[in-house]
Design a binder for this molecule. Structure first.
Ligand code: C2E
Ligand code: CA
Ligand code: CA
Length: 390
């Protein structure tokens, strides 16, 4: 089966723009149109010019309805800013038709024909884009589309906030750190967890901006806490490889005057597996700034002891899935013990997360965990609440 989604993208008011602004400005305008459409494509995608104001894209590997909805949402967003022509800001109306891969419609000519008719449907109904596929027309994708748009608006309005969950010293049980966990403070539906927005954030390409926000916000709050309290920020795999991460970390520390050792960046194994060489370079650069690096969700990935040896990491976080059942399941307890011993052999600190009762906390302390985190001590709470725990 052909796993490309075919997309036709067209400007509705191109003729009008040519008539009003003339040939030369019209050409410039079409180039801007093409540039913006290109931002939807990746290097592996094909772009074919059907007509000056109509482009066809073959989006490789894009096939499920949600991905296509997100591509449509991105396209709509790309054309929200007007295009400048002769010092005037002109609003451009763009329509698109997406034809997902389907077994019963394999050849491009047939799919193009379907795309053309879907495009005129979109024009007629004034819709920014349509997806012509029986499976994609139903409610679930309409809901996903609406959600993606809501997330974008929430981000523009600054409705995301950092919550903080305490980490306590396993021996004294005093709070020594906090993990920053993002929340969507939705004026209509209340405080919403990352599972409600992170999938969309990633697909809408907002992850970097959101991470810079999480960093600044966590660092600024931590600077106001007592000096022995540090803060941890989650960094997604792609952001770890971003050249701007190190400068952003340095800026945040400098602006708020936080000592680098009070900031920990939590990364996951996928980041290292995806591109080990680059990840290693980034981790070393980060550690050169003085911040600490923690390996989150340890134990559930594809951990290989071979890469572990060279990994510049200060801390391991034992995944919650092993911790929550360790009292009932001796095998889980053995895994937790093995991870703690491994970490200590490499001079790393161990945080056990998902501690929901005192018995588990005691067992973890006995096994040698350094820090404990979980609902037993505190759920993630707003900063003002967290401060009361100190
Ligand atoms: P994570 O980094 O593994 O964060 C720990 C999650 O476990 C949090 O879920 C926390 O609320 C939850 N948790 C903590 N203690 C307990 C416990 O005792 N029992 C149970 N059942 N759960 C516990 P949350 O806040 O929903 O975050 C989910 C994930 O979203 C995080 O998993 C992290 O991967 C991601 N995330 C959250 N904030 C950010 C952020 O600012 N940036 C990035 N890149 N990812 C974030
Ligand atoms: Ca984490
Ligand atoms: Ca975790």
């Amino acid at each position: 089966m052909n796993l490309e989604t075919l997309a036709l993208v067209e400007i509705e008011n191109a003729d009008e723009i040519f008539a009003v602004y003339g040939e030369a400005s019209g050409e410039q305008f079409l180039r801007t149109f093409e540039d913006r459409v290109r931002q939807l494509a990746r290097p592996c995608d094909k772009i074919i010019k059907m007509q000056p104001h109509k482009l066809c894209l073959l989006l490789r590997g894009i096939h499920d309805p949600l991905q296509i909805q997100l591509a449509g949402a991105k396209l709509t967003r790309l054309f929200e800013p007007p295009i400048s022509i002769l010092d005037e800001e002109v609003k451009v109306t763009v329509h698109a038709a997406f034809i997902p891969p389907a077994e019963d419609c394999p050849d491009t000519t047939t799919r193009l024909r379907l795309a053309e008719s879907s495009l005129s449907e979109a024009r007629k109904n004034g819709e920014p884009f349509v997806i012509r596929d029986a499976a994609a027309g139903g409610t679930p994708t309409a809901v996903a589309m609406k959600r993606a748009r809501e997330v974008e608006v929430a981000f523009e309005q600054g409705d995301f906030v950092m919550y903080f969950q305490s980490q306590v010293d396993a021996g004294s049980r005093n709070v020594v750190a906090a993990e920053g966990l993002m929340r969507w403070d939705d004026p209509e539906n209340g405080v919403r967890p990352p599972s409600d927005f992170l999938p969309f954030v990633e697909s809408l390409g907002l992850m970097r901006s959101l991470t810079w926000f999480a960093l600044k916000s966590s660092v600024s709050q931590c600077a106001a806490w007592p000096e022995h309290i540090s803060v941890a920020v989650n960094i997604s795999p792609r952001v770890l490889l971003d050249a701007e991460l190190v400068p952003h970390v340095q800026d945040a520390l400098a602006i708020f005057g936080l000592a680098p050792e009070r900031l920990t960046l939590e990364i996951t194994e996928d980041a290292v597996i995806e591109d080990p060489d680059q990840a290693l370079i980034m981790l070393n650069e980060l550690r050169a700034t003085g911040v600490k690096v923690s390996m989150d969700d340890f134990g559930i990935g594809y951990s290989s002891l071979a890469y572990f040896r060279d990994l510049p990491v200060d801390e391991l976080k034992v995944d919650r899935s092993f911790v929550s059942n360790m009292l009932e399941h001796p095998k889980d307890r053995k895994i937790v013990k093995a991870i703690i011993d491994l970490a200590h052999n490499f001079s790393m600190r161990v945080v056990a997360e998902g501690v929901e009762d005192n018995e588990t906390a005691d067992a973890l302390q006995e096994l040698g965990a350094d820090l404990l985190q979980g609902y037993w001590f505190s759920k993630p709470v707003a900063e003002a609440e967290f401060r009361k725990l100190l």
